[in-house]
Write a protein that binds this ligand. Structure first.
Ligand code: HXC
Length: 510
């Protein structure tokens, strides 16, 4: 028996050693942790249950039979984060560059299947040279098996991709299908075709970092939801992040102890809105003052900053927050902000996370760049997402809510459940100046007349009461009591039940 146990230990040790000391040192020299070190940081201590440690590739070509490493370049299994079950795969760059073989893909598929069966999130730690070149089509088949499962798991369990090394070619499409992509600065990159191919085809000279680094994807392309400084920062942040998510689409939302009174008022909010309607203010301040303990996990903070998206808690329960940001482009809706918010809203809806919308929007951004880029189609995504979603929706209009953008931003007409406005709200077809210049075009040369008409329009329409008369606004509230009123509304909506008509699926304008 002793020999049998020793043999087991020898095999396990071989798996733990991965590609060997030299390659582990090379990994560390790049500032990266190994696949197992990452799992140690990610999961609660001693909670990891590893599967398929003895799986090896069966490739018979290119001298591969003599080269096997138990586990075949990916560590898989399940464990817990703050006591909640999580499935994980972590690609081991020290073994064949973390490249994906048929066996490697099979291990990922196995945990995806189980995660769906038991209803638990999957976190993928990606660090791979792509398809295992020696395996050819078997590797491609493996990728497709993973993609298929990613798609079927979408909206069933949360899927999070951490990009912690190379992720190139078709391999990018598994993370792209998952719900959230987090990258590590300076050590990770994602692209469909690398700098050499780009140079050959388009004659552009571009570095790995410029083409597909964390900064590029978190600020230019919008592929990444966040960029972190290093592996530890990224992994600890994702531990915090999953605390906002339910384990599956049929699971309850995680409830946290209420350490911040739901009735807490904040007098400073009464002076958040500047006297000058054209002066911006930072919407982050409102968000941080109304969520529990000011804890807001922002997504895509450096992309389409004219809309803010992210998770907070109110009364101990997670909420998704969507807010116009007057500091950037005056909070206008454009192509990027519309798609950013639409995707976030659809995630919240799929996982029954209530949505709190904070509105200060002068309209859609004008211009040929927007029209040629398809703002009609992209703006429609946001409208579609809000109109389709059935989760509790609480809306607060702080200042401007003009034109079509008023309708879009979780208005009463798109089944907003509770719609509040601050006394500073201006709910109208457009701003007073623009309106007067159209209605009284004949008076444009007469500054005094125009000024008088503008003031008249402002008095008549630039307030929350016209909408209030019609019941489009449920109440006009003091800014200081926003948290209290939103928390009470969310509590009232806890058992909300609303179903859309049966259909195979809708046809969101992609
Ligand atoms: C097999 C691979 C590999 C791969 C790397 N290795 N990529 N083995 N298949 N795809 C091995 C290397 O041979 C080396 O083995 C070890 O991993 C580390 O690689 P290095 O090149 O030394 O590392 P580094 O300098 O950091 O460069 C990393 C890299 C580079 C940029 C990822 O290795 C590279 O360009 N690899 C090829 C990438 C590629 O073309 N993949 C296929 C893409 S097509 P030793 O034994 O020396 O340690 C694709 C299609 C997917 O992925 C389609 C899905 C639909």
């Amino acid at each position: 028996m002793r020999e049998i146990i020793e043999e087991l230990e020898r095999r396990r040790r071989a798996a733990r050693e991965g590609g060997g000391q030299r390659r582990v040192e090379a990994q560390h020299a790049k500032g990266k942790l190994t696949a197992r070190e990452r799992i140690d940081v990610l999961l609660d201590e001693d909670s990891f249950e590893e599967w398929d440690v003895f799986v090896e590739h069966r490739c018979a070509d290119f001298e591969m039979p003599g080269k096997t490493v138990p586990g075949d370049g990916v560590v898989t299994g399940h464990g817990t984060i703050n006591g909640r079950t999580i499935f994980v795969f972590s690609q081991d760059f020290t073994v064949f560059g973390g490249s994906l073989s048929e066996a490697h893909a099979g291990k990922i598929c196995k945990i995806l299947d189980h995660a769906m069966r038991v209803g638990a999130p999957v976190i993928g730690l990606n660090d791979s040279g792509g398809a295992r070149i020696q395996e050819g089509i078997d590797s491609l088949a493996g990728y497709a098996e993973v993609f298929q499962r990613n798609v079927l798991a979408s909206g069933v369990i949360p899927q999070i991709s951490m990009i912690m090394g190379p992720c190139a070619g078709g391999a990018v499409y598994s993370p792209a299908i998952t719900d959230f992509v987090f990258m590590v600065r300076d050590s990770s990159y994602m692209y469909v075709t690398g700098p050499e191919v780009v140079k050959t085809v388009t004659h552009e000279t571009v570095s790995h970092e410029e083409l597909g680094g964390a900064t590029t994807h978190s600020s230019k392309s919008g592929v990444a939801d966040r960029a972190f400084e290093n592996d530890i920062d990224a992994i600890l942040s994702v531990r915090r992040f999953v605390g906002f998510l339910p384990s599956s689409n049929v699971d309850e939302l995680p409830q946290w102890d209420i350490t911040d009174h739901v009735d807490r008022e904040d007098e400073s909010l009464n002076s958040l809105i500047p006297d000058n309607p054209n002066k911006p203010y930072d919407m982050h301040e409102l968000i941080e003052k109304i969520v529990d303990n000011g804890d807001f996990f922002e997504l895509k903070p450096d992309y389409a900053g004219n809309i803010l998206t992210g998770f907070g808690r109110m009364g101990g329960s997670p909420v998704g927050i969507v807010a116009n940001q007057p500091m950037i482009l005056a909070g206008c809706l454009d192509i990027q902000s519309s798609t950013k918010a639409a995707r976030f809203i659809r995630f919240c809806d799929a996982f029954s996370i209530p949505i709190v919308t904070l509105v200060d929007v002068p309209g859609f951004l004008p211009g040929t760049a927007q029209e040629y880029g398809g703002i009609i189609r992209h703006g429609a995504k946001l409208l579609y997402a809000y109109a389709e979603c059935t989760v509790p929706k609480v809306t607060v209009i702080t200042r401007k809510a003009y034109g079509g953008a008023y309708d879009v931003m979780a208005s009463k007409h798109l089944r907003g459940d509770v719609n509040f406005a601050w006394p500073t709200a201006e709910i109208a077809v457009m701003g007073p100046k623009g309106a007067v210049e159209i209605i009284f075009r004949q008076d444009i040369g007469d500054a005094e007349k125009i000024e008088k008409r503008t003031e008249e329009y402002r008095q008549k329409f630039a307030n929350p009461f016209v909408a209030g008369h019609r019941g489009f606004i449920d109440d006009v509230i003091l800014p200081s009591e926003t948290r209290k009123r939103v928390c009470r509304s969310l509590k009232m909506l806890k058992n909300k039940h609303l179903q859309n008509p049966w259909r195979k699926h809708g046809n969101i304008p992609l």
